[in-house]
Write a protein that binds this ligand. Structure first.
Ligand SMILES: [Zn+2]
Length: 251
């Protein structure tokens, strides 16, 4: 067994199914499926531990995709990078483009969801940031094990040496994680790690999935338009040519 075997709890299973993990009736239904033996689950100190059918999927979601938010009764989904007002400001803030989840053909609302990484960057620079469980791990093959341990133990890294839980197993993080090259607008870190069985890993964190955003602002509402100029509602709309009057779309 290695840390990539996937086990989750009832809430995690709801997320895995793409359902709202704060919806009590969803959680109760999953719990009942566990009790009736319809899921590969067992009770562990009062909580259901459910084995996921496809290894890696849940973790890769944390790693590759930004989590969704439950905001004002809507589910907001990450819809891409770009259009970030903070770009080029060097203020350690990053805004992501989110839309609300709606049935296909229904108009969406757009949101700028903003994270402020100043506190994190300061505490990591002072070597006081406590790293949580990583979001993803890559098992290293036998020939690459020792070179990888040597690399992350080298002088270009700061030793970390802390044990963390990953999928209920203990791994030791060798070095203070460093930024991992990624796509524009992402903020990812990685480090080397080992476990008690002699396995070696690269482990990864997606920083957007560790911290809560500081601000969620609606920027476009495709449900409303101006009854004079027919423009869709946008935040800070220019009112010099038209004194907009916003009305809702007809259902
Ligand atoms: Zn108008």
């Amino acid at each position: 067994m290695n840390v990539l075997d996937q086990v989750t709890n009832v809430r995690g299973y709801a997320k895995y199914l793409g359902l709202d993990p704060t919806n009590r009736s969803v959680l109760r239904k999953i719990q009942r499926q566990c009790e009736r033996g319809e899921l590969p689950a067992k009770l562990d100190e009062g909580t259901w531990k459910i084995k996921l059918p496809h290894e890696g999927e849940l973790i890769m979601k944390n790693w590759e995709n930004l989590r969704e938010f439950y905001h004002d009764g809507m589910v907001l989904i990450h819809a891409g990078y770009g259009n970030d007002q903070n770009y080029g400001e060097n203020n350690n803030k990053i805004s992501q483009f989110y839309i609300n989840q709606v049935p296909i053909s229904k108009p969406t609302k757009h949101f700028a969801v903003t994270w402020d990484f100043n506190e994190f960057k300061n505490s990591e620079a002072a070597a006081s940031f406590e790293w949580p469980s990583p979001h993803a791990a890559l098992l290293i093959n036998d020939e690459q094990k020792q070179p990888l341990v040597d690399y992350f133990s080298g002088s270009s890294f700061v030793a970390y040496g802390r044990s963390l839980k990953f999928n209920d197993m203990s791994i030791t993080i060798l070095n203070r994680p460093v930024e991992f090259e990624g796509v524009t607008g992402s903020l990812r870190y990685y480090a080397g790690a080992t476990d008690a069985d002699g396995n070696v890993y690269k482990v990864f964190w997606n920083m957007f999935n560790i911290f809560d955003p500081v601000e969620i602002v609606m920027t476009v509402d495709n449900n409303r338009y101006c009854k004079h100029c027919l423009k869709r509602w946008v935040k800070d709309a220019d009112t010099t040519k038209c004194k907009h009057e916003w009305v809702q779309d007809m259902e």
